[in-house]
Write a protein that binds this ligand. Structure first.
Ligand code: ADP
Length: 433
């Protein structure tokens, strides 16, 4: 048996002995029982009181009641539990401090928001990126400090995407990507990544392509002009005719590539704008384009079946809408055999968007290539594309035109059976009749 219990039992034995001794000696058994038992109970109550006071004051080691027996054992147990608790607490504090130091050192601005969208925690990088300071801004709503409509939409879960690009409120030269991630009990982790360098490199690349295309265009125009003249000149030797015709064809192709590159860089520079465009009579415009196509690009080779919603007009940039139709129609002609038919449809889709679809019964595209079709210079079959006069930039131009108008391109295709390219515009672009 444990020493503390032995002490406690000896006390009880001493009380019983005192009762017997006093009872036998005096014959007053009631007094003999009550006196030692009362002393023992009184002493125990004093111990309990001291013990309760000690616990009430925080069970500090220094203030521990001076006790022995079972009370000493209980105090020892509490000591041990407290010690373990202190060790665990210090381990957790250590971990929390290391975690905070790591997150604080992250180069990305990181903010934790609670259910009410108030700032619970923020790292040092958030000051440089968003001007948010830990000491000053904890407990404030993030959208009160950074007043941008896209942020409000993102925080309230009304935005389609979980991230958006914005100018830093601290430094207008900085572009940030703000991302929101849900975690824990409806909390949000907001990160802001500085992408200024990437944007600068992109700008440099775009400017280089635009400048190079522009600079090459003038000499190429002169060269192709001379080649055209030579082609028509009857005095050049017959043996050279074919080479001149080939050179002229290649010069024409190069000019087309440069023109497409310039178109693309202008489209990229313009970017998305909700308000661009004028009211277009699309039914009339489409009919005219199909007639022109039948006369020029598809002289009797393809039949066109046209289905047009006559009342559907659109707010769009005319030259861009024209270029979009030209690219889709010429692809349908290029990649489907002579004698096949091409469908042109202009109507409101099931989702309520005005959509132009061009479908053919041509060679189709394998599923693994479909997602890459709008990349610059992507061609499923490079030599086939060259043979039919392709540049590999047409669908990239279509994608950019649609993006600038707030629309998107949808591609359905089956190898050997044909393709359908659907260009959809947002419903706010429909012109009310
Ligand atoms: P290209 O000038 O080569 O036609 P595009 O960007 O217009 O360039 O098209 C990219 C590639 O997509 C083409 O090279 C072709 O392989 C494929 N493609 C485009 N339209 C069709 C179509 N209607 N049918 C089959 N393949 C197509």
């Amino acid at each position: 048996m444990n020493n503390a219990w032995t002490v406690e039992f000896s006390r009880i034995v001493a009380v019983i002995a005192a009762v017997l001794l006093f009872g036998l000696a005096s014959g007053y058994w009631v007094a003999a029982i009550l006196l030692p038992t009362g002393i023992y109970v009184g002493w125990t109550l004093v111990q309990i009181r001291g013990f309760e006071r000690w616990i009430r004051l925080g069970a500090k080691t220094k203030l521990a009641p001076d006790s022995s027996g079972i009370w000493e054992l209980i105090v020892q147990h509490i000591y041990r539990i407290q010690k373990k608790d202190r060790e665990r607490k210090s381990r957790l504090t250590d971990m929390a401090q290391r975690f905070e130091a790591t997150i604080s050192a992250l180069p990305e601005a990181t903010i934790v928001l609670n259910l009410q969208l108030e700032i619970e925690w923020v790292n040092d990088a958030a000051k440089e990126a968003l001007g948010i300071e830990k000491e000053r801004d904890l407990g404030q709503r993030l959208d009160n400090l950074v007043r941008i409509p896209q942020l409000t939409e993102l925080l309230e879960g009304n935005s389609a995407s979980r991230q958006f690009e914005m100018q830093s409120p601290v430094d207008q030269q900085k572009t940030l990507v703000l991302t929101s991630t849900d975690f824990g009990n409806q909390q949000k982790l907001i990160t802001a990544r500085d992408i200024s360098q990437r944007i600068a490199v992109q700008k440099l690349r775009k400017a280089f392509i635009a400048n190079a295309s522009h600079e090459l265009r003038t000499p190429l125009t002169v060269i192709s002009g001379y080649l055209e003249m030579l082609e028509l000149d009857d005095e050049i030797p017959k043996g050279l005719k074919e080479q001149v015709a080939n050179a002229s064809h290649q010069a024409f192709r190069m000019k087309k590539i440069l023109d497409d590159l310039l178109t693309l860089s202008k489209l990229e520079e313009k970017g998305h704008n909700r308000n661009i465009g004028e009211n277009l009579d699309v039914p009339q415009l489409l009919r005219q384009q199909v007639i022109d196509f039948e006369k020029t690009r598809a002289k009797g080779t393809h039949q066109f079946s046209v289905e047009i919603d006559e009342s559907l007009k659109l707010k769009a940039v005319e030259s861009e809408f024209f270029s979009l139709c030209q690219n889709l129609l010429s692809n349908a002609v290029k990649y489907s055999p002579d004698g096949s038919s091409i469908g042109v449809c202009w109507q409101i889709s099931e989702n309520g968007n005005p959509c132009l679809s061009v479908s053919d019964n041509g060679e189709g595209i394998a599923p693994e290539h479909v997602s890459r079709l709008t990349e610059r210079f992507f061609r499923v079959n490079v030599s086939r594309s060259r043979q039919v006069g392709g540049t590999g930039l047409g669908l990239s131009i279509v994608k950019h035109i649609l993006e600038n108008h707030g629309g998107h391109l949808h591609i359905q295709s089956e190898l050997g059976r044909g393709s359908k390219f659907t260009a959809c515009f947002p419903d706010y672009r429909i012109v009310a009749n």
